[in-house]
Design a protein. Structure first.
Length: 255
């Protein structure tokens, strides 16, 4: 049950970070979702510092799987921030929290052949259903603003979680984590070839106050801690169950 403890701890950190993300995205000079996502991905390049601590050579197929998991994860993060920008955190997060486990279970069944047992499946349905309860109590007009980017986020997160599990089946956690992080970092770095992206990133750097930058940095560290814990849980458990249990993060949001 180590995966469950890791998921709960990671969900608390992620839930708090998500609320702070929403507060930061309300600020005019931080409201661009891709610019916000860019720095989240750039932090992934720091994973190279972990190479001396046990990263080993793995087959090229495993590298590609892990790298793709990181790329798709960052795309999911972009749509996640897009959903937060368009609606309240208490709206976007239950949508993503409810749909991501469903997408993850679908893709894990398709690519991994993993099927939950009866008891696990009942628990899965109950936890996922509770996410939609939070979604149902919000205003309809607010829900519609967030549903499309939230749906896209859920799909990309679902595929990414399954690819992470596939990568960890071929290598150690540390090696897999480094390649996943590099996938996110390279995608973020590659976006700099787009002139409009460079201008938006430069604009945020020049107009954001020191206080906002410090708050953003600390929040990314908190979010990174949550990501590491949840990624560790995926390595140990069923990715769909891990995604379902992440509904625990709503306690940090609503209470």
């Amino acid at each position: 049950m180590t995966w469950l403890l890791l998921t709960l701890a990671g969900s608390i950190a992620a839930g708090i970070a998500n609320v702070l993300d929403k507060l930061l995205l309300r600020k005019e000079n931080l409201s661009d979702p891709w610019t916000y996502t860019f720095w989240s991905g750039i932090f992934g390049l720091l994973a190279v510092l972990l190479i001396p601590f046990g990263v080993v050579l793995i087959p090229s197929v495993a590298v590609c799987i892990a790298f793709a998991a990181g790329v798709l994860f960052l795309v999911g993060v972009f749509f996640f921030f897009k959903a937060l920008q368009r609606g309240q955190a208490s709206i976007a997060l239950p949508i993503i929290g409810g749909l991501t486990p469903i997408a993850t279970y679908f893709f894990s069944t398709l690519f991994l052949g993993d099927v939950l047992g009866l008891g696990e499946f009942i628990g899965f349905i109950l936890v996922v259903g509770s996410s939609f309860l939070f979604f149902g109590i919000e205003r309809r007009e607010a829900r519609l603003q967030s549903v499309m980017p939230a749906l896209a986020s859920a799909v990309f997160f679902g595929i990414s979680s399954v690819l992470k599990k596939m990568a960890f089946d071929h290598t150690s956690f540390l090696t897999g984590f480094v390649w996943i992080s590099l996938g996110s970092g390279v995608l973020a770095l590659g976006s700099l070839v787009v002139p409009s992206a460079r201008r938006r990133i430069r604009s945020v750097l020049s107009t954001s106050g020191t206080g906002n930058k410090i708050l953003y940095l600390n929040n990314r560290i908190l979010a990174l801690g949550g990501t590491v814990l949840i990624t560790g849980a995926i390595a140990l458990g069923h990715p769909a169950l891990v995604e379902a249990v992440q509904s625990f993060k709503y306690i940090a949001i609503f209470f």
